[in-house]
Design a protein. Structure first.
Length: 435
């Protein structure tokens, strides 16, 4: 498969180049040059297939022979080594739990697949790959755990001191091996600026083989299609056929993958793009005017994005036709007050403890059901385990959060982070000194 830039369809590169570049030089995003349709026979019998099986079929369709079948099957099975169960709440509503991976958030799908793809392409004797990642919380943990122990790679994570949750911080600083964490005296924006400056620095790039693990990498998008097919397989097993997905959205990578899955032949009735008050996309869908805004802080902080970077991919999937997008993607936005009420209601009504992002997805599903009653299944996506956000819960609800086994292995581990001012020279010295 070749990939073009959304800014220039004549520019085409192979998968390996798209993965290591992350972003084309013209600042577009990579997209597959054609969208393969999955075999109708496979879709009609999908309920007989397991998640690793589905993942392999979807990845092969998208990548063609870029990676040999045996190697691809092994890679996918190693990357997606945890389940994404569909948990029914009532007859027509179910939650797709995407947080059973090592970092307890759905970003494990993207990070683990991407790290293994990069590992696959690294040849022995080649220069070490230096992965730089700035994080406000979830991405850093998933990337760190994704690359942990992958030969030929070294990861440097930058996070803002005191601004990530205690569990997120433990996931960043306790890895050791090929993972290093830098605690920056500053904000997430400072961390991101340092990483951007490193990529633009000729001296650093001459010395190190730098790559970025950010969310626009095509190798993070592809594995997120797997669980939409897997959700459909589970709905079919439960006797359903028609699905509406409600997706808690920030950078719009997750819902973008769902739309890609639909274009590949997954039967879907519609999607709800559920946001917090960072509602650039819902406003766009309603008014037709695209106006990015600075992000505002909310309880669902992994969705605090004012300029969603994957939106151009979605427009590209629909050939730039806003009306066509509107027929499939339904906007919804919710405040912090509504989010907290939804978390309490989910606990009351279904004895289900959901993180704030997940609660927003549920609200999106409920809103859709009110607008369009019918006999379809609403599947809302749970993007993180609630234990990652204990400060958002009332004491009564916090006490009901389960402790996943991933946390037990973190407890009592030694953590180590290098403290650093938000200063590029300090960062550069750090990267080159420890080469
Ligand atoms: C990253 C993240 C999101 C947003 O996903 P996008 O792909 O950026 O839209 C939602 N919830 C959680 C917990 C996340 O970590």
């Amino acid at each position: 498969m070749k990939f073009y830039s959304t800014n220039n369809k004549d520019l085409r590169v192979g998968f390996e180049e798209a993965v290591f570049n992350s972003m084309p030089a013209d600042k577009g995003l990579y997209m597959p040059e054609h969208i393969p349709r999955l075999d109708a026979q496979f879709i009609s019998k999908i309920d007989q297939h397991s998640l690793p099986d589905i993942a392999f079929r979807v990845a092969s369709a998208l990548l063609g022979d870029d990676i040999a079948p045996e190697a691809l099957r092994e890679l996918v099975t190693d990357a997606i080594n945890f389940d994404a169960p569909l948990v029914p709440l009532d007859q027509h509503t179910a939650v797709l739990e995407l947080f059973h991976g090592p970092s307890l958030a759905f970003k494990d799908f993207g990070a683990r697949f991407m790290s293994r793809v990069m590992g696959h392409y690294l040849r022995e004797g080649q220069k070490q790959l230096d992965v730089l990642v700035a994080t406000s919380g979830d991405t850093g943990g998933a990337v760190a755990l994704g690359f942990l122990g992958v030969p030929g790679t070294r990861v440097t994570i930058l996070f803002p001191r005191g601004k990530v949750s205690p569990i997120q911080e433990l996931q960043l600083v306790t890895n050791g091996q090929n993972i290093r964490a830098i605690e920056v005296e500053g904000t997430f924006d400072d961390c991101q600026a340092l990483v951007k400056q490193a990529f633009a620095d000729p001296e650093l790039n001459a010395q190190l083989r730098l790559t970025s693990a950010n969310s626009i990498n095509i190798a993070r998008l592809i594995p997120q299609t797997f669980y939409y097919f897997h959700a459909y397989a589970q709905v079919r097993r439960a006797g359903g056929t028609e699905i509406v997905f409600s997706v808690p959205s920030g950078n719009f990578g997750n819902i973008g993958a769902g739309l890609l899955a639909m274009k590949m032949g997954l039967p879907v009735k519609g999607f709800v793009a559920a946001t917090n008050l960072n509602d650039t996309v819902p406003r766009f869908l309603e008014s037709g005017v695209y106006e990015a805004r600075p992000s505002v802080q909310t309880y669902a902080n992994a969705m605090d994005v004012g300029a969603p970077s994957n939106w151009v991919r979605i427009m590209d999937l629909f050939g730039g036709d806003l009306e066509a997008v509107r027929r499939v993607v339904h906007p919804a936005r919710f405040s912090d007050a509504e989010t907290v009420r939804a978390m309490a209601e989910l606990a009351d009504r279904y004895d289900y403890i959901a993180c704030p992002h997940t609660a927003i997805a549920w609200l999106g599903a409920e809103q859709f059901r009110k607008e369009q009653p019918g006999d379809y299944h609403c599947v809302f996506l749970s993007t993180a385990h609630p234990c990652k956000f204990p400060e958002v819960f009332s004491a009564e609800l916090a006490a009901r959060i389960s402790t996943p086994e991933q946390l037990n292995s973190l407890a009592g581990r030694e953590g180590k982070a290098f403290a650093m001012p938000a200063d590029f020279n300090a960062f550069k010295t750090f990267l080159t000194a420890s080469e």
